[in-house]
Design a protein around this ligand. Structure first.
Ligand SMILES: [Fe+2]
Ligand SMILES: [Fe+2]
Length: 369
C-alpha cells in the first residue's frame, strides 16, 4: 500500500489503509497491545468519526455566527494606530490561505472519513476568520478596498504547502498551531479591551475585542479537536506519536510566514505589541500542549526517545517501556476513556449507539498512576 507522497518529503509513518478484512484481526475485547496495527487504526478512525460528528453538532449549536452580521462593524473605531491595523492585516494574511490549508491537508487525510470531513468544517470556520479580518480592515478604514484587493492578489500568488506530508505529523503540528493561534487572538483581544501592558488603553475597541474573542473561541475548539485526535494516537501508537511530537516541536513555525510578502513587518509588530513571541510559545503553547498530552516535558521527551532507540527495533514492547517516564500512560488512557464516554453519550442521544456502539480497547498492561 502506498500513500500520497509529496515530492521532496520523506517521513511516512501512519496511513489510513485498513483493509476490509480487518475485523477478523483480533477478538473484540483484545487489549491494545495484542491488537494488529489495522485494528488499532480502525479504532482511532471510529473515535475520530464520533468526535467529528459530536463537534459538528456542538459547532452548529454554540458557534454558528456570521462574520458580516455578528459584529457591529459600523461602530468599529476608525482611528486605530498603525500597529493595530498591522496586526489586523497580519492575521488577515494568515487566514487568507484557508483554501490551501484545507485542500493540502485533505489530500493526505482523504482515506479517513472523520478527518477529511472535519477538515471541510474546519475550513469553513477558518474562512469566516479571513472574512472577519477583511471586515475589520475595511471598516477601520485602515486599508482601502483597492489596497485589500491588491494585497489578496499578492498573497494568492503563493501557495501554502504542508510542513509535514504524513497525517500523524500534520495532526500533531495542527495541535500546536491551533493553540498558538488561540494565544495570538487572546492577546490581541487584551489589546482591544485596553488591558495590554505594552499597548495600554489606547486601542480599546469593543467591536474589535469581540471579534478577537469569538475567533479565539473557534481556535480553542479546533485545538480541542486536534488534541483529542492526538491523544488517540498517543494511546494506540505511543512511540510514533511521541517521536512525532518531538519532530514537530523541533521545527515548529506558524503557517505561511515564508510566503506572506510583508511578514517581517507583521512579525515585528506582533512581537513588539506583546501579542506573541518565543516567550509565549514556550509558556503558553509548548507547556500546556505537552501537559495535555501527559508528556513530562521537552527534555524528558528528548532523553526518552534517545533511550528507546538504543533498544533494537524488533522489541517493540521493550522500546515502549523506555518511554514510560516520558508520558503518563494512565492519564493518557483516562483521557481517551473520557473521549469515548463523550462520544457514547452523544451517540446514545441520537440513537447510533444501538446500531454501531463505539468501543474502547483497554491497555491493562500499562502502568497506572
Ligand atoms: Fe483561524
Ligand atoms: Fe483554527
Amino acid at each position: 500500500m502506498t500513500v500520497n507522497t509529496l515530492p521532496g518529503k520523506t517521513s511516512q509513518q501512519y496511513e489510513y489503509a485498513s483493509p476490509p478484512d480487518f475485523l477478523e484481526d483480533a477478538p473484540k475485547d483484545a487489549p491494545v497491545a495484542l491488537m494488529s496495527r489495522a485494528e488499532r487504526e480502525r479504532l482511532v478512525e471510529r473515535a475520530i468519526l464520533g468526535l467529528y460528528r459530536w463537534y459538528v453538532a456542538r459547532s452548529q449549536q454554540m458557534r454558528n455566527w456570521n462574520p458580516d452580521s455578528e459584529f457591529a462593524w459600523r461602530d468599529l473605531r476608525q482611528d486605530h494606530s498603525d500597529d493595530v491595523i498591522q496586526l489586523i492585516e497580519g492575521f488577515f494574511a494568515v487566514e487568507q490561505y484557508t483554501p490551501d490549508y484545507t485542500s493540502e491537508i485533505l489530500e493526505i487525510v482523504r482515506k479517513s472519513s472523520g478527518r477529511s470531513n472535519f477538515q471541510l468544517r474546519w475550513g469553513a470556520e477558518e474562512e469566516r476568520h479571513a472574512n472577519t479580518w477583511e471586515n475589520a480592515l475595511l471598516f477601520s478604514r485602515g486599508r482601502t478596498p483597492e489596497a485589500i484587493e491588491h494585497y489578496k492578489w499578492q498573497l494568492r500568488n503563493n501557495n501554502w504547502t504542508l510542513p509535514w506530508d504524513d497525517p500523524l505529523h500534520m495532526l500533531l503540528y495542527t495541535v500546536f498551531q491551533e493553540r498558538a493561534t488561540q494565544i495570538n487572538y487572546l492577546n490581541f483581544a487584551k489589546i482591544a479591551r485596553g488591558e495590554s501592558e505594552k499597548v495600554g488603553k489606547s486601542a480599546a475597541d469593543p467591536v474589535l475585542a469581540r471579534a478577537c474573542t469569538l475567533l479565539a473561541v473557534d481556535e480553542a475548539a479546533h485545538y480541542a479537536f486536534f488534541l483529542e485526535g492526538a491523544r488517540l494516537f498517543l494511546y494506540y501508537f505511543p512511540e510514533e506519536t511521541l517521536q512525532g511530537i518531538h519532530d514537530v516541536i523541533s521545527h515548529f513555525a506558524m503557517p505561511a510566514q515564508n510566503i506572506i510578502p510583508n511578514w517581517p513587518v507583521i512579525a515585528e509588530t506582533i512581537y513588539r505589541t506583546g501579542v506573541y513571541g518565543p516567550k509565549e510559545f514556550q509558556r503558553d503553547v509548548i507547556g500546556p500542549v505537552l501537559e495535555n498530552m501527559t508528556v513530562a516535558g521537552r527534555k524528558a521527551l528528548d532523553n526518552g526517545l534517545k533511550r528507546s532507540k538504543e533498544i533494537p527495533n524488533d522489541q517493540g514492547v521493550m522500546r515502549l517501556t523506555a518511554l514510560w517516564d516520558v508520558f503518563d500512560p494512565g492519564e493518557a488512557e483516562r483521557s481517551v476513556m473520557r473521549l469515548h464516554d463523550k462520544i457514547d453519550t452523544y451517540e446514545t442521544g441520537i440513537g447510533r449507539s444501538q446500531i454501531d456502539p463505539i468501543r474502547f480497547g483497554a491497555n491493562p498492561d500499562w502502568p497506572q498512576a
